[in-house]
Design a protein around this ligand. Structure first.
Ligand SMILES: Cc1ncc(COP(=O)(O)O)c(C=O)c1O
Length: 387
């Protein structure tokens, strides 16, 4: 049963099952969210209100990070992290090819050069061995300074941070975790936010911790970095409003912080419910498709349940015919998107990423879903595969 299911109406057997529906979470948490929003509207500090620092403190407490800087979205969190580390033109930043384009886009926005690496078949996350190979290749070419690597926790499953850190140490690379999809996850008992020296997150509405619009944050163990990020976030101005650095305006709205404060206490219960539903998908789908990736040392945030099948397109069509939402994340690896082709070596160069892009399909997996709904989706998948 979903968390606090008594507050949400039980969906009927033939009702559409959307891939995401943030309204259902709002219905479940409406009392707490409305109270938080009303408090902001009443106190009037719509920018830099007290909820910003309250959220930053709460995120540090829940993740084990020592500092947190809230910002406008997950893309800005990445760009700010790169800029605050002084990364820019002439610098190589290693990114997995199988991710949302924002990871590589942030590197370009900072003026640096993305270098694409392949991912592991088992987890769909950055392959440390390929990172080592690509870093050695860039070093040998002598054209770029090796500066950073951005592992991504795809679908909510933390990357292999120990493996990545070890290769990063060999090549003198900073590790900046792109945890846009993995708030609430952990690896070997260490929460996302404390798995890398710097971690960026997104609060896009469909993420494990989502607001009612755009939002993001940077979590770090480096207090000096947090200070530089705070300057960047507000036009480079210090407490006396003197511009001491070049900066932007990429603050999180107080209203979004307030909504996140209402949702954060529910993150653990919601994740646990999605985990249960994911287990049910595994059980029901085992004979029909390759189930969602897992990693024995990890607690996934279960942002998405992503199966793999040669019959992906037929399954998606069959689900759509039955008003069940499903999505392809992602239909092409980033090095094959027109805007990034100049930074890669074209088709065939990163085979695991390319194979995954042709086979993945994400099924509905929200904290509001019931086991009966998961059963209905799984049965539709199995029928599509059999047909
Ligand atoms: C892996 C990854 N990185 C970065 C982002 C960018 O986050 P935002 O949409 O908040 O800018 C996303 C958002 O989908 C993402 O999935």
């Amino acid at each position: 049963m979903p968390p606090s299911a008594t507050m949400s109406p039980t969906p009927g057997a033939d009702e559409p099952i959307p891939l995401f529906d943030p309204r259902r979470q709002y219905q479940r948490l409406q009392t707490e969210i409305d109270a938080r929003v009303a408090a902001v509207l009443a106190h009037g500090a719509y920018v830099n209100g007290p909820e910003i620092a309250e959220l930053e403190d709460a995120l540090c407490r829940s993740t084990g990070a020592t500092a947190c800087v809230a910002c406008a979205n997950g893309t800005d969190a990445l760009v700010m992290s790169l800029l605050a580390h002084g990364i820019g033109p002439g610098d190589a930043v290693f990114v997995p090819a199988f991710t949302y384009v924002a990871t590589a886009g942030a590197v370009r926005l900072a003026g640096a050069t993305p270098v694409f690496c392949d991912v592991l078949e088992a987890t769909a996350n950055l392959d440390p061995t390929d990172l080592d190979r690509q870093a050695a290749r860039v070093r040998k070419s002598g054209t770029l300074r090796l500066r950073a690597v951005l592992p991504v926790d795809l679908y909510g499953l933390p990357a292999d941070y120990a493996g990545v850190q070890s290769v990063a140490d060999d090549h003198d690379l900073l590790v900046i975790a792109d945890a846009a999809q993995s708030m609430g996850a952990a690896r070997e008992g260490v929460a996302v936010g404390a798995l890398a020296p710097t971690t960026t997150v997104s609060f896009f509405p469909t993420k494990p911790l989502g607001c009612a619009g755009d939002g993001g944050a940077i979590l770090t163990s480096d207090g000096a970095l947090a200070e530089r990020l705070r300057l960047l976030r507000t036009h480079g101005t210090d407490a006396s409003r003197t511009a001491v650095a070049l900066g932007m305006n990429n603050r999180l709205d107080t209203l979004q912080a307030a909504i996140l404060l209402a949702k954060l206490p529910h993150l653990t219960t919601e994740r646990a419910h999605r985990e249960q539903l994911a287990q049910r998908y595994d059980d029901l789908l085992a004979k029909a498709v390759e189930p969602a990736p897992r990693d024995p040392g990890c607690t996934s945030a279960w942002a998405l349940y992503t199966l793999r099948s040669e019959r992906r397109d037929a399954i998606q069509q069959a689900l759509s015919d039955q008003q069940i939402g499903a999505g392809v994340y992602y239909h092409a690896p980033v090095h094959l998107h027109p805007a990034y082709q100049a930074f890669g070596d074209g088709p065939g160069s990163l085979p695991v990423s390319e194979r995954l892009a042709a086979r993945v399909l994400s099924l509905p997996l929200t904290a509001e879903m019931t086991e009966a709904q998961v059963t209905r989706v799984a049965q539709a998948v199995c029928a599509a595969v059999a047909g």
